[in-house]
Ligand binder design. Structure first.
Ligand SMILES: Cc1cc2nc3c(=O)[nH]c(=O)nc-3n(C[C@H](O)[C@H](O)[C@H](O)COP(=O)(O)OP(=O)(O)OC[C@H]3O[C@@H](n4cnc5c(N)ncnc54)[C@H](O)[C@@H]3O)c2cc1C
Length: 226
């Protein structure tokens, strides 16, 4: 799995604080962006994160390039409706020279299950090739491609959505592959806006686990903003 932060709003914390301050300031956003002292940026952010004035978080956004993940992962990822996506197409890209797949560790760690998995994938790909060679369009032949197929996707989320995404997908209840990806995204985003992302992650990082009987019972260490 390869996760890269392609780009993000410059100075995201200042951009968010500017949007918040504009509501109460006699001057414009441009002047606030340039002149607000660093301590003021931090105190405004503290108010936002404490008060839930989260529309201000929508003014900073992040774009990630994600590769080497399965279609099983991206099917879950694209359920996040506030995010924007573009994904490598199985209609326009023909996997004539084979297709990389993601093998779940639970399968890979056992020789017998690994063989079962590899043989099933091989059979799918042979049938896919045979359909392409018979002139079937890729958009139809792809019906045979497995959930394990590797894919590439670009995703953009604003900070409000990103925090929500981390809340759901960094949690131990989330499926292992999307959880691994969410943690990589958080590792990349955190240094760019350390205050905003300080307690990002599963709900137990900043509060109480909401999972009830479904809890993993293994909370992450608690983090609080200074
Ligand atoms: C552990 C786990 C298990 C899951 N299991 C399943 C499963 O078995 N089956 C399944 O189908 N899905 C499952 N999901 C997916 C889940 O139901 C959500 O579709 C997915 O997590 C996206 O969450 P969301 O809708 O909050 O996020 P987003 O789509 O990113 O939306 C963000 C927020 O915007 C608001 N919002 C967005 N759209 C609307 C709208 N139309 N109306 C009102 N408010 C809106 C909501 O407040 C929402 O929380 C699972 C998710 C997790 C994390």
């Amino acid at each position: 799995m390869h996760v890269e932060l392609l780009y993000h709003t410059p100075d995201p914390e200042r951009a968010i604080a500017t949007a918040a301050r504009l509501c109460y300031a006699p001057v414009g956003a441009s002047e606030l962006m340039e002149t607000m002292p660093e301590e003021r940026v931090k105190s405004v952010l503290s108010t936002i994160m404490g008060s839930g004035h989260f529309s201000t978080l929508e003014h900073a956004s992040y774009t990630f390039a994600i590769e080497g993940v399965s279609r099983a992962l991206t099917h879950q990822l694209v359920r996040h409706r506030i995010a924007s996506f573009n994904q490598q197409s199985q209609r326009y890209v023909k996997f004539k020279n084979g297709l990389e797949v993601v093998t779940p560790p639970s399968i890979a760690e056992n020789d017998e299950t690994h063989v079962v998995f590899d043989e099933a994938i091989k059979a799918c790909l042979e049938a896919y090739d045979a359909l392409l060679n018979a002139g079937i369009p890729a958009e139809d032949a792809r019906y045979l491609l497995p959930n394990a197929s590797e894919t590439k996707i670009v995703v953009t989320m604003n900070v409000r959505e990103l925090l929500h995404f981390f809340n759901l997908r960094c949690c131990n209840r989330a499926q292992w592959e999307i959880r691994e990806m969410a943690h990589k995204m958080l590792e990349l985003a955190r240094p760019t806006a350390p205050y905003v992302f300080a307690d990002a992650g599963a709900p137990c990082v900043s509060g109480v686990c909401p999972e009830g009987k479904m809890t993993c019972g293994n909370p992450y260490p608690r983090v609080t903003r200074d």
